[in-house]
Structures are given as C-alpha cells and as structure tokens.
Design a protein around this ligand. Structure first.
Ligand SMILES: [Mg+2]
Length: 118
C-alpha cells in the first residue's frame, strides 16, 4: 500500500518512514508541504496520507480540504504538535480521519493506521 507522507521536517518524515517500515509499510512517497503533497497525489497510486499541520506554502489543514474536495474516500492521518481540542475538532471537520500528537510511539502510529484501514 502506497502511503504519502507530507511534512516540512525531513527529520520527521524520516521518523515516520522508519516507524512505518517497522510495522510493515515500506512503499512511501514524500511531500514537503501541501503543494508538493498534491503534486505527489496527482501522480497516482497513493492509498493513504499521513500529513503534518504546520508547513510553509500550503499547510496541512488547507491540504486536507483540497484533497477531500477531490477524493472523499482516501484515509488521512494527521500527525502534529497541535494538541488543543479545538484544533483536533477543526482537523476532523476538514476531513482528517484520525489524529496523532507528536511525539508519538511506534505503537500509537500503528494503532491509528490500523484503525484507519479498518
Ligand atoms: Mg511542520
């Protein structure tokens, strides 16, 4: 399953990629902000998205809204330091399926991904 990871921090992308690989997901593509995430998505084949919120050019919330306008069904997991309840509500209203607050453990990421995939 191809997973798109969108985060402006290359270190964070690396952490997510390493975590995914430990739980069996090795087919990943990366974007550094919402704009490049949309470009990657447009190339096709992506079945799940893991995105940051705070990014330059196009942030994760904007990115999610655009993606949802084009693709209502693709699972989206948001991984962010924004932990306030109103932020979580806003993200869910934008179309995020689930939410992970940084820093996270591999088990947490695994649980969230599995719940997204049903
Ligand atoms: Mg960021």
């Amino acid at each position: 399953m191809k997973i798109l990871i969108v985060d402006d921090s290359s270190t964070m992308r690396r952490i997510i990629i390493n975590t995914l690989s430990r739980i069996g997901y090795t087919d990943v593509v990366e974007g550094e902000n919402g704009k490049s995430g949309l470009e990657r998505l447009g190339q096709g084949g992506v079945e799940m998205i893991i995105t940051d919120w705070n990014m330059p050019e196009m942030d994760g919330l904007e990115f999610v809204k655009v993606v949802r306008g084009q693709n209502p069904g693709i699972p989206i997991l948001m991984v962010t330091t924004n932990a306030a309840k109103e932020d979580i509500v806003e993200a869910l209203q934008a179309g995020v399926n689930n939410y992970v607050v940084k820093p996270f453990t591999p088990d947490t990421l695994k649980e969230k991904i599995e719940s997204l995939l049903g």
